[in-house]
Design a binder for this molecule. Structure first.
Ligand SMILES: Nc1ncnc2c1ncn2[C@@H]1O[C@H](COP(=O)(O)OP(=O)(O)OP(=O)(O)O)[C@@H](O)[C@H]1O
Length: 423
């Protein structure tokens, strides 16, 4: 993650003017959006960071960190967001929490357009949307006691909880599994996992509805990661929280997410419920990310040992590849992938994908069968077993779709060779 958590609303003194309600919400939350209703809706969201040069600081280009994404988060659910480093996940998190101003698009929270709300308009919203950061140490001021840190949101929002701030902070410490008597200790006196619990307590102070957690456990020891993930899970059950959890791989989000969005170079390339994504990923990039996740079950490990290796790094978001942005690393890429950007389409119920040659589904551009040279090179990094399986499933689905003539999108003819050909 690129920026420091000092950006967080709760740590911004400039946003505190002592205004706001004088009573804090109680331990039990009352939700405005009923479970399953849309809490957050993002449409065409973009963030381009300008690149300036010269004395006049003229804009010579832009980093297209987030480049037109659409999704919804339903009340009570966990949306996992995955993708390699630099894909725009953190920027997306900062846009939806309004820590960054979008270049284009809209963000609606509980049906209200919050895209361009100013500081005072955002103040009530700041209570509802909180962020948890990756590095629990740098997000906590080392000179402040944890009592001061966790109590800061109350002061910033001008909220006095029933029983006073100290009592509420001690309650929050208990909620996150810390000793309330440690109220006067400093962050360095805690372990990494405990510091992340402090960060969580601070995020929970104002009874938020939506918590955006940006790589919440990736800085922690693997043995501690599960504890923090379980804590987040328990808190969600108890408090009815809605989460957006950002991670660079699927190992964390696979257990906690209801739906998963896969991002690549500023775009969502696949968005599906967890079951569908795991059973039958449709984007070759998703498949590659999934094959990189270690499988803990030794009986299955042997079966899935063939990893898909991705060629090279994510290309620069300053000038992303034309057409499908993944085409420079994809083992299925053909001509159409270089020229036409595939739209994100719901090819199966609950599963949206942006790909001309999806996995586990009928080909969307069956006429386009000649693999690009880069695809052939990329395919060399993909095990034959994986390619064969890919070809087999796609052909089977295509045949099924063909039988039902016209029932499904993508029913446009015979199956392509699914990229299995290395000619
Ligand atoms: N303030 C900024 N100014 C210019 N470019 C930025 C800024 N913040 C992020 N970027 C660029 O935007 C792209 C997306 O960054 P972002 O941090 O959102 O990606 P990410 O997927 O979260 O990766 P990571 O996990 O490494 O943080 C990167 O190329 C990054 O260098």
């Amino acid at each position: 993650m690129s920026e420091k958590p000092e950006d967080a609303a709760v740590t911004k003194p400039a946003e505190s003017d002592g205004a706001g309600p004088k009573t804090a919400p109680g331990a039990t939350l009352t939700k405005d959006a009923a479970p399953g209703e849309t809490l957050l809706k993002v449409t065409g969201l973009q963030k381009h960071f300008p690149i300036r040069k010269g004395l006049l600081q003229r804009q010579v280009g832009a980093v297209r960190a987030v480049d037109g994404i659409d999704f919804e988060v339903k009340s009570g659910e966990t949306l996992g967001v995955v993708g390699e480093s630099g894909c725009g996940k953190s920027t997306m998190g900062r846009l939806i929490t309004r820590l960054l101003e979008p270049t284009a698009g809209t963000v609606e929270f509980e049906g209200r357009d919050i895209t361009h709300l100013g500081v005072s308009g955002m103040r009530p919203m700041r209570r509802d949307v909180q962020m948890i950061f990756q590095d629990p140490y740098s997000s906590l001021n080392p000179r402040h006691t944890i009592g001061t840190i966790i109590g800061a949101p109350f002061k910033l929002q001008g909220v006095t909880p029933e029983g006073g701030i100290k009592k509420e902070v001690q309650r929050l410490l208990e909620v996150v599994g810390l000793n309330p008597e440690h109220y006067n200790r400093y962050p360095h006196e805690f372990s990494g996992g405990q510091r992340q619990r402090i960060g969580i307590a601070r995020a929970l102070a104002l009874n938020p509805k939506l918590v955006v957690a940006d790589e919440p456990v990736s800085a922690l020891d693997v043995s501690i990661q599960a504890q923090v993930v379980n804590l987040l899970d328990d808190l969600q059950q108890e408090l009815g929280l809605t989460y957006v959890i950002i991670a660079h791989d699927l190992s964390v989000v696979r257990h906690v997410s209801d739906r998963i969005a896969v991002m690549y170079l500023g775009k969502i390339v696949e968005l599906a419920d967890r079951e569908s994504l795991y059973k039958a990923p449709m984007h070759p990039y998703t498949k590659a990310l999934m094959s990189a996740v270690p499988i803990p079950d030794p009986r299955r490990r042997a079966a899935k040992s063939e990893r898909i290796l991705l060629k090279g790094d994510v290309p620069s978001p300053i000038s992303p590849p034309s057409g499908c942005r993944f085409h420079t690393r994809c083992w299925k890429a053909t001509e159409i992938c270089t020229t036409k950007e595939p739209p994100l389409l719901e090819l199966k119920p609950g599963q949206q994908v942006a790909c001309h040659h999806p996995e586990n589904f009928a080909d969307q551009a069956p006429q386009d069968t000649v693999l690009l040279t880069v695809a052939k090179e990329a395919a060399e990094l993909v095990a034959d077993e994986v390619l064969a399986e890919s070809a087999e499933t796609s052909a089977a689905v295509a045949a099924q779709v063909g039988d039902r003539s016209g029932e499904e999108p993508g029913d446009s003819g015979a199956a392509k060779d699914s990229g299995a050909s290395k000619e």
